[in-house]
Design a protein around this ligand. Sequence first.
Ligand SMILES: N[C@@H](CCC(=O)N[C@@H](CS)C(=O)NCC(=O)O)C(=O)O
Length: 212
Amino acid sequence: MRLYVTPASPWVRRVRVTILELGLEDRFEFVQTRWPHSWGTRTVTTLAPDFTAATPVARIPALVADGITLTDSHAICDYLNAELGGYRLLPREGAARWQALATMAIANGIIEAQIARRAELLRTGPDRSDDFIAKMRDRQMRCHAALEAQHLPSFGDAFDLAQITTAVACGYDDWRYGPDWRDAAPRLAAWYDSVAGRPSLESTKPAETPQR
Ligand SMILES: N[C@@H](CCC(=O)N[C@@H](CS)C(=O)NCC(=O)O)C(=O)O
């Protein structure tokens, strides 16, 4: 199976952490993609032909698996968990499934805001919107605070998909935007520090995307 990646992407990271937590890394070829800084606001015309042939969405992660191509981290994590992971990271049904999805929806909301903010920050010239950047930052802080108040208390011992996605959101904020989120959610930050040393997180720490 082929997974298109870059180390800067939190969406890619949640898939890579899921693969590592399930012990499946030997089954994947990881293909590094290259992006110019204008990726956030302009069509990228320099992507490799095998990547654009695999995904008309032209975003990462994209998984080319046995007979199927999945072009979104949610679908890929679902596939890994259900088809290859025996539902070890997200239950197939029941209250625990919905609780995990509720947590993940907020963590995903953080990651969406992080990436939208990044795209806007990469925009050059007078069109860049400080209002939009501030709106995304507010969303990040609000969601971190909500995770701490409403979701952290029910985190169990298992490092499941909800915790993976939450940890990836926390890690991206630390890396890209600094410690602001830690002031908004200090107990969530303490939880994150307690899991950040897991090999799956240590070996997928964010790093800048190669350009071109
Ligand atoms: N909902 C998608 C989002 C994927 C996404 O936005 N990936 C970004 C990298 S973090 C990307 O490839 N952006 C390139 C672009 O938008 O042109 C997922 O969960 O996989």
